[in-house]
Design a protein around this ligand. Structure first.
Ligand code: NDP
Length: 305
């Protein structure tokens, strides 16, 4: 038997759950497909200090769970699963990977993004055995060890600050001449004496036996390269949008982000998008939540037409 919703939201991060709060509170029968990581990437962060309304910050996991419970309070239904394919006949037909079929009059895509990898064969070999993307998930394995964080953005600074709780030494390797992270995040990370930053440096290979033991680093200006002993490496080099299942259905940008007009309108009538699947510039919890709100209002207008 098919499940039927007025509005189906794909994704349960700040964009998805905010859309679900608005849609369900508006009285629409609303479903949310949670995806592989219920609550999205915010569940892997620690305290969020810049989400308005929380004077002392709020834990990322707690924030998204509060949003989910707020949506449930208005009647939204959360469904475990990951979307494999979407079609449109009179209504949208959404197929999950475990073959659940869900129909909806309107769909809001908020399936977020996944951490970018470097793409080397040696990186794949040591994945989870010294190479990681989430300090809050795996940082505790590196108590009294030496780690490297790759990247120069706010995520790299945040991961380094967190890893310094466990590791004896955290070295940030940034491929550019200057890190692109905001000053406040750089100051937060680099004020810890265990954390240091090396600019103009790329990691080009990973070595070890059963687990990672060494990396080869290259100076991105001179090309000079050398090996460095390390226990663990955390990648913080940005994210790629989770939109593969939309290829051939909705128009995408070359980056993989969903092409939109007026912030949340996709190329398919009745299909809206919000959060990291669209946004490759701001990527904040609050801007994603704002887009979720816009998408729900756009879906309401579409359904009332
Ligand atoms: P960013 O896109 O801001 O930074 C990515 C970093 O990874 C850059 O330093 C980039 O280098 C580097 N990089 C990209 N590809 C490679 C590669 N192949 N090899 C080596 N280095 C690479 O991503 P973030 O995840 O850091 O941040 C995303 C957004 O989230 C931002 O808007 C940020 O402000 C926000 N954020 C906010 C936080 C907060 O306020 N608490 C915490 C974390 C994130 P290059 O500069 O050379 O391109």
């Amino acid at each position: 038997m098919n499940i039927f919703y007025d509005i189906l939201v794909v994704g349960s991060g700040p964009a998805g759950s905010t859309a679900a709060i608005y849609a369900s509170r508006d009285g629409f029968k609303t479903g949310v497909i949670e995806g592989n990581m219920p609550g999205g990437l915010l569940t892997t962060t620690t305290v969020i200090e810049n989400f308005p309304g929380f004077v002392n910050g709020i834990d990322g996991f707690e924030l998204v769970m509060n949003m989910k419970n707020q949506a449930i309070r208005y009647g939204a239904e959360y469904i475990q699963g990951k979307v494999a394919k979407i079609e449109k006949n009179d209504n949208f037909v959404v197929y999950t990977e475990d073959n659940t079929i869900i129909e909806a009059k309107s769909v809001i895509i908020a399936s977020g993004s996944s951490p970018r990898k470097l793409g080397y064969e040696s990186e794949a070999r040591f994945w989870g055995k010294g190479v990681h993307t989430c300090a809050t998930c795996d940082g505790a394995f590196y108590r009294n060890k030496e780690v490297v964080v790759i990247g120069g953005g706010d995520s790299a600074m945040e991961e380094s600050h967190f890893l310094a709780k466990f590791a004896t030494k955290v070295t940030i390797l940034n491929r550019s001449e200057e890190p692109k992270a905001t000053k406040v995040m750089q100051d937060k990370a680099l004020s810890d004496s265990k954390v240091s930053l090396i600019n103009s440096t790329e990691v080009i290979e990973f070595f070890g036996n059963d687990k990672l033991e060494r990396i080869r680093i290259k100076n991105s200006i001179t090309g000079a390269n050398e090996e460095m002993l390390v226990d663990g490496v955390f990648l913080a080099i940005g994210h790629i949008p989770n939109t593969g299942y939309l290829e051939g259905f909705a128009e995408l940008e070359p980056s993989g982000n969903i092409k939109v007009s007026h912030n949340v309108y996709t190329s398919v009538d009745g299909l809206f998008a919000a959060g990291d699947v669209v946004d490759h510039i701001y990527k904040q919890a609050i801007s994603s939540a704002g887009m979720g709100c816009m998408a729900a209002i756009a879906a309401r207008k579409y359904l009332q037409k």
